[in-house]
Each structure stands twice: as structure tokens, then as C-alpha cells.
Design a protein around this ligand. Structure first.
Ligand code: SF4
Length: 80
């Protein structure tokens, strides 16, 4: 798997060196990020609708969950 660099340091999956330590992530459109629950994440990616956008400003990491949040177990993602 490609190394994912990420500077969102308050994410549950972030680690020193600005590395994403999640087992898998889902990048999607801001609209999906706004409307779908935390349980909708990388495990559902293969059946998720395609969401083309016009620029990076319209994308988000759906896997983000704040460190320490009770919601961190909602998406079946784990730290590697
Ligand atoms: S899950 Fe997303 S927001 Fe969190 S560290 Fe990985 S890439 Fe960054």
C-alpha cells in the first residue's frame, strides 16, 4: 500500500512524521463526507457511488475521526 502523508494531527490514525497509520482510508467528495455517517468508510468503498469533483478543494478524507472520540470504532478501520 502506498504511504499516505497527512498533516491532520488530531486524527485517530495520524502518527509522528505526518504519516497516516490507518489500515485503509476512503477519500471522497465533501458532499459524501457531509451526509454519510461515520460507519460509511473504506469497507464500503467498492460499492460506493462514484463522486467526481472539480478540484482538491471538494475532496475529504472520510476516515478521519478525532483522537479520543467514541466514534473511532464506528468504521471498522484500525491502526496498522
Ligand atoms: S485517516 Fe485521513 S485524516 Fe486521518 S491520518 Fe489518515 S489520511 Fe489523515
Amino acid at each position: 500500500m502506498a504511504r499516505i502523508h497527512c498533516s491532520v494531527s488530531n486524527c485517530n490514525y495520524w502518527k509522528n512524521g505526518n504519516i497516516c497509520d490507518a489500515s485503509e482510508i476512503m477519500v471522497t467528495s465533501d458532499k459524501i463526507g457531509d451526509t454519510m455517517p461515520d460507519s460509511f468508510d473504506a469497507p464500503q468503498a467498492s460499492t460506493a457511488p462514484q463522486t467526481p469533483v472539480s478540484s482538491c478543494m471538494e475532496t475529504c478524507c472520510k476516515t478521519f475521526v478525532q483522537s479520543g472520540s467514541p466514534a473511532k470504532n464506528a468504521d471498522s478501520i484500525y491502526r496498522k
